[in-house]
Write a protein that binds this ligand. Sequence first.
Ligand code: PGA
Length: 248
Amino acid sequence: MRKPFIAANWKMNKTIEETEEFINSFLPMVSDVTGVDIAIAPPFTSLCVAAKLLKKSGVSLAAQNVFYEEKGAYTGEISPVMLLSSGCTWVIIGHSERRQYFSETDEIVNKKIHTAGKNGLDVILCIGESLQEREEDRTFEVIEQQLAGSLKDVQLDGITIAYEPIWAIGTGKTATKEQANEAHACIRDWLKKNREGAGEVRILYGGSVTPDNIESLMSQPEVDGALVGGASLRPDSFAMIVKGAVTA
Ligand code: PGA
């Protein structure tokens, strides 16, 4: 049985003060919730303050990105070692916004996963097709390509996959529960065929998840949780999603 996992991806939102405000009101809302793992990925600038506030809360801290070298002359980049010392245990890698706006390829994603794993960070690897790829009936092909490229020579310990169809991100258009489950099943099949321990890997759905659709998504056997963007920016709506994941 895979434990549900709900992660907040704040993207480029929230100052240090706003981070404090969010965490101080969110933690009491979920203090009695059990049976679900929770992580929050604030921007880099809020990691240290978030780490202090989340200590002993049971809520994990994630980063939204990482560089694939441990240190050196890479102006503007952040290494896995720095993330660990800021209190992160997780890192999101390969988000479609990074692929789209920062030219991240599967090869770069793969290098990042290797360095993150070597340093003991758990990884949420994001994959998913564009609208055009779905319309051309290439969803499964794209998913398999991204898995093969991103997970080259990677074992599955510490890996969580987030299936995020690009057309559903920030658009209010959620994949139907059937579409999500079908894509997750395709991911699970690929993992089973190509890696050990595929049965334990959690596969999260991401793309316009809200308190209203979380239960229906979580009712699907292959949906193990969610990566939540917009609806994770308010403590009450994120808390409702966390609770919805347990009751589903
Ligand atoms: P969204 O973003 O929930 O705002 O669609 C999800 C994500 O990009 O991880």
